[in-house]
Design a protein around this ligand. Structure first.
Ligand SMILES: [Zn+2]
Ligand SMILES: [Zn+2]
Length: 207
């Protein structure tokens, strides 16, 4: 496995904020991202949510952090370049990227739109990508991601909706799954943090 200090120098040079050790302190970080491949979308990062998972990862509290870490997996931006085979978005469109940027695309989970359960899914940061380089997240000014993991994003919800990409979907999905997406039902929420406040807003919107 490639160590970050020996990684390939890619042509795109973003600026980011990285933790270098378990102190979790962020400092300026110049790094490189791959050139925009034929299925890739490159975008300027406009906003990025702060998830508590970022804090766990920064301090290696889950024992799988690969330093330096550029966290951020609730990323919203505007497209600056697309590969020749990209169909979903064009330059100037708004996009979002969440928690994963890769998966096998062949297993039962992947073929049922459940890539998050793929045993070889690739995290948006601190994971080894197919080119054996480390992924870096949205606390940076530029992202490159495969279009399959890029979402079209509404113009009127840029900053406000960035947390939907992790905290939002983490609560929306189970509410739908267990049928709490209908008017007239009562729910209880334990804890009003980053996820909990979403778990109040969605049911309110459901009625
Ligand atoms: Zn998260
Ligand atoms: Zn898979």
């Amino acid at each position: 496995m490639a160590k970050s200090s020996h990684e390939i120098e890619h042509p795109i040079k973003p600026f980011g904020w990285a933790a270098r050790d378990t102190s979790g302190v962020l400092s300026p970080f110049n790094f490189s991202r791959r050139a925009t491949g034929e299925n890739d979308v490159q975008f300027k990062v406009l906003y990025c949510g702060i998830c508590h998972s970022d804090l766990h990862m920064l301090k290696n509290e889950w024992d799988n952090s690969k330093y330096p870490i550029v966290p951020g997996h609730e990323i919203v931006g505007v497209v600056t370049e697309v590969g020749s085979k990209v169909e979903k978005v064009k330059v100037g469109d708004n996009v979002g990227v969440g928690v994963i940027v890769g998966s096998c695309r062949k297993c039962d989970s992947c073929t049922n739109d459940l890539e998050q359960y793929c045993s070889s899914s690739i995290g948006t940061y601190s994971t080894t990508y197919y080119d054996r380089t480390t992924t870096y997240g949205g606390y940076s000014d530029l992202m490159v991601a495969n279009e399959h993991f890029v979402l079209c994003w509404p113009e009127n919800l840029l900053m406000e909706a960035a947390p939907l990409l992790c905290a939002g979907t983490t609560t929306y999905s189970p509410l739908r799954y267990v049928g709490l997406d209908k008017p007239g039902l009562n729910i209880g929420v334990v804890g009003l943090g980053g996820l909990g406040h979403m778990a109040v807003k969605f049911p309110k919107a459901f009625g």
